[in-house]
Ligand binder design. Sequence first.
Ligand code: SAH
Length: 234
Amino acid sequence: MGFRATVLTLYPEMFPGHLGVSLAGRALERGDASLEPVNIRDYATGKHRNVDDTPAGGGAGMVLRSDVLARAIDAVSPEGDTRPRLLMSPRGRPLTQARVRALADGPGAMIVCGRFEGVDQRVIEARNLEEVSIGDYVLSGGEPAALILLDAVIRVLPGVMGNAESGSHESFETGLLEHPHYTRPQLFEDREIPAVLTSGNHKAVEEWREAESLKLTRARRPDLLAQRKITDIG
Ligand code: SAH
C-alpha cells in the first residue's frame, strides 16, 4: 500500500512542494508513498472559521485551538489508524536517521503543522501527539519541517533510491559523517583526486573512506562519536 502521509496544515498549497519532483516525485507518482494535505480550517466552525485565539495568561501571538485541531485529527486519523501522530515542534525530540528509518518501516504518519505560537497543550496530550523537531532553530510554521521529515522518509522507502547500495554508508547511517566524494576531472585547479581512490584497490579505498569518515566526525561532530560508544556498549 505504501507509506501514507496525511498532513494537517493551514497552508495545504505548500504541499507537495519539493516532494513533487525528482526521487520523491516519482515515488508519489508510483504510489510508493502518498501525501494528502488537509486544511485545518475545514474543521473550524462559526461565521469566521477561527482556528486560533489569544494565549491564556496573555502575551504575544496566537495559539491554535484545541477543539478545531482535535476535530481535524479525529477526521483524518480515526480510531484504528495505526499511524503515528506527529506534531512538528521546536520543543520536540530532534529527528534522527534512526527515527526516519522507523517511520519508513511503518504504515505512514499523520503530521500536524503548527503555526503562530504553537498549539494548545491539551490537544497534544489528548490526542497523544509525538512532538518532533528538525533542529534547534525556530521556523514560522511546521510545513517546511513536515516536508523535510517526509523527504528523509520517502528517500529510504524500498525502491525509491536508484542504487540500493547508495544510502548504507551515508552520514548518520553508520553513526558517522560520510567521507568526502570526488569525480572527474582528475585535476581541478591544481587539486588532484586522492591517489588511493583511483588505485583500483578496493580494500584500500574502503579503509581510506572509513578513516576520513572518522576524522571528519571527530573534528565536526564529536557528540556522534560519544553517542556511538554508548550504543556500542549498551
Ligand atoms: N512559540 C514556539 C515556536 C512556534 S513556531 C516556541 O517557542 O517553541 C510555529 C510553528 O512552526 C510551530 O508550532 C511548529 O509547528 C513549527 N516549527 C518551528 N520550528 C520548528 C522546528 N525546529 N522543528 C519543527 N517544527 C518547527
